[in-house]
Design a protein around this ligand. Sequence first.
Ligand code: GLU
Length: 424
Amino acid sequence: MAYIEPAPIKDKENPFESMMSRFQIAADHLGLEEEVYHVLKSPVKQVIVSLPVTMDRGSIQVFEGYRVIHSNILGPSKGGVRFDMDVHLDEVKALAAWMTWKCAVVDIPYGGAKGGIKCNPRKMSKGEMERLTRAYTQAMYEIIGPDRDIPAPDMGTGPREMAWMMDQYSRGHGMTVNAVVTGKPLVLGGSLGRVEATGRGVMISALAAMEKLRINPFKATCAIQGFGNVGSWAAHLLEERGAKIVAVSDLSGAYYNEEGINISDANKYRSNNEGTLEGYAGAEKIDPDELLLLDVDVLVPAAVEDVITVANADRIKAKLIVEGANGPTSAKADKILMEKDIMAVPDILANAGGVTVSYFEWVQNRLGYKWTAERVSRRSDRIMKDAFNKVYKTALKHNVSLRIAAYMVAIDKVAKTYKFRGGF
Ligand code: GLU
């Protein structure tokens, strides 16, 4: 009998509680009314589906799929779909809430949502992935929609899965509905600049923060955890702006070169090596846990949640952390970073470039028009810089971290909108 092994229970902070503890601090600073606090802390909808899929060997495997809509007060909900063995309801709930705050920080007219399937995409064939993606889309047919809830890529998914989702949804409608998902391949109505958008936003946030800290990008050293879409683009674009990338890592391990890793070279190696850096000779292999503790100017965690925790925060030497991943710092570690005077540009700001260009993709689909790459990057850079400045000013005004300031900016916008719209 084929079955999925249960994911090992990790000694991790619960991501939803981690999100809530920051929310609570920001709500206190804002003097948020208790009723509004209760409305915003609860997701509006949580859907769990079971997806029987025929595997290549003919057996049927049942997968569990989730979609959580945290808020749709500001507009249709928006957020990626994650394919990973660690997917569970509390994680999806936290990620959905983060999407609400993220969209509000960059001031785009969306609520927040997230989806996921507990599966291991690395062990599945293309056909199995397609059947699973289509089954998920079909099961969520009544939930998603261009004016309702708009999925996008996240960990384990990309343009290929978005194409299947768009196609499956469109079949049900008897017409092409390309605005139902973002992050599509270009020929299906994807936007120029979407693939690199999150990494580009990380680079823009990093440069804005470096300016405040008086770190010269041409003299800066960076370590980047995660060499997937976000990490590899952030590395490439930071290198292009003069920074020296001394360490990168992926699932195969961490790689260090004091002289700087040639990112184009590492990218080329990875593409020709089944998507992994395993065996990369341009750097020496180091312990992946050590990457986070390197004496660098900028640390970019761009892999998974909960990697900067009470277990290592006091040993971090970077001056600046720019969160490419969602939730890489646990709530308990925030305090330690503050005490050590390490600036952290929080996930809901630093990685918001992805959803910003997703918004542009949706706008273009609805206009039936295509923007140039130059227009996309100019507008998204502007949005990221404005958001950074607003959060920075809020942090100074209230004497709080950038993270709490970002939550304050976001919660304030959502709460004000809620008060105008009203409830029952
Ligand atoms: N999954 C990405 C994120 O966490 C993108 C979401 C989107 O574009 O809707 O921000």
